[in-house]
Every structure is written in structure tokens, then in C-alpha cells.
Design a protein around this ligand. Structure first.
Ligand SMILES: O=C(O)c1ccccc1NCC(=O)[C@H](O)[C@H](O)COP(=O)(O)O
Length: 206
């Protein structure tokens, strides 16, 4: 079954809808400029609303050890998702003993990761548009034809510009084992819709 991640959870309603819809992963964005940013204390309060359920993924942009340490003091994370170099991913895995997913912006096969990278998985989307204020979560659709040739030995999630209306087609065209959404389940930047979350999970699972 296709793995589903709902990213940018920042309200009790969005958290509960994601749990009830049976998503595999939910993401907390620890990048202050993002409209989906949550403080570690806010993430902890949200996470405590359910025992178990979706694995908790923390999203960081070029994080230092101290930044992640500070978050982990408040909230337990199962997976770290990072915008970072392959070398930094190796260091983070060693330091935190958790799976680390690397976020990739891909516009050609030259952007595909090397086979000997130590990342545990990839979140793959288009590169950010010119002038973007964040490196991901910009609602830009990736090149699905290109990604139909992406076959890493690890888990990867297709991201970028997905929504309840196009996710089934995206899965069919790319053959991705998983999908990740943020903007496509929002009614405004940072405003998650429980209805759209439920519709997305249902459409992704077909
Ligand atoms: O969402 C953000 O604000 C964000 C900020 C900084 C780095 C990454 C960010 N988001 C990454 C993601 O949540 C996923 O790639 C996302 O599912 C795809 O984004 P979208 O096109 O908005 O669905």
C-alpha cells in the first residue's frame, strides 16, 4: 500500500484528521520562516493527542546538532527529514540514531542521489521557484515522467504540488512507493483542512 505523509501539522484538527485517516507519517516543520512552523512545545502538545499512530517526522533545514537536540528535549521524533548535504545526513544518523530522510529538489537525473549515500529515505520534489522563501513545500509539481525512472533501493516519497485530485495519477505515473503533501491539503498557507487531509489519504490509497 502506498505510504502517505501529511506534512506541516500545526493544529489539533489537522493532527486528529491525520491520525483518523490512517496516514503513515505526520510532519512537524521546525523552520521558523515557514507558515507551518511549530515550536517544539507546540509539537509536543499536538503529538500527545494520540499514542502511536503515524510516525512523527521532524523537518529541519541545514540543522546543527544543538537545534535537533533542543527539539528532542520536548518532543519525541521517529524520523528526521532534512534539507542537508549527504555528509551532514551521515553525521546526523550517527549522532541521533534515528532514520534520516534527505529532501531532494530534482529537475534532471543529475539530481538523483548517489547509490552510496547513507540517507534512509528521500522526499523528492521540484526545486523551489525563484524568490521562494523556503526550500520546500512550495506547491510546485515535480517532473513525474523523470521520476518514473527514479528507482533507489530505499524508500522515497513523491512530494510537491500533490492534492486529492491528482495524487492517484501521480502514483500511477511515477510508481512511487509513497507520497507527501502539505499545500494541497490547505485552504491557505499554513491552514490545514481536515476534509482535504481525509480526501488525500483516501485518494492515495485508491
Ligand atoms: O512546508 C514547508 O514550509 C517547508 C519549509 C522548509 C522546507 C521544507 C518544507 N516543506 C517540505 C514538505 O513538507 C514537503 O516537501 C511537502 O509535502 C511538499 O510540499 P507541497 O508542495 O506544499 O505539498
Amino acid at each position: 500500500m502506498t505510504k502517505v505523509k501529511i506534512c506541516g501539522i500545526n493544529s489539533p484538527e489537522a493532527f486528529d484528521a491525520t491520525v483518523q485517516a490512517g496516514a503513515d507519517y505526520l510532519g512537524f516543520v521546525f523552520f521558523p520562516p515557514s507558515p507551518r512552523y511549530v515550536t517544539p512545545a507546540e509539537a509536543a502538545l499536538l503529538s500527545a493527542r494520540a499514542q502511536g499512530g503515524p510516525l512523527r517526522v521532524g523537518l529541519f533545514v541545514n540543522p546543527g546538532f544543538d537545534e535537533i537536540d533542543a527539539v528532542l528535549q520536548s518532543v519525541s521524533l521517529d524520523i528526521l527529514q532534512v534539507h542537508a548535504s549527504p555528509a551532514a545526513v551521515t553525521a546526523l544518523r550517527d549522532r541521533f540514531g534515528r532514520p534520516v530522510w534527505r529532501q531532494l529538489g530534482v529537475t534532471s537525473a543529475a539530481d538523483f542521489p548517489a547509490k552510496d549515500e547513507h540517507a534512509d529515505g528521500y522526499v523528492v520534489e521540484a526545486k523551489p521557484p525563484p524568490g521562494a522563501t523556503r526550500p520546500g513545500g512550495n506547491a510546485v509539481k515535480a517532473d513525474w515522467a523523470l521520476l518514473s525512472t527514479f528507482r533507489p533501493a530505499k524508500l522515497w516519497l513523491l512530494a510537491g504540488g500533490l492534492n486529492p485530485g491528482n495524487v492517484a495519477e501521480a502514483i500511477a505515473q511515477t510508481g512511487t512507493p509513497g507520497v507527501d503533501v502539505s499545500s494541497g491539503v490547505e485552504t491557505a498557507p499554513g491552514k490545514k483542512s481536515p476534509e482535504l487531509i481525509r480526501a488525500f489519504v483516501k485518494a492515495a490509497r485508491g
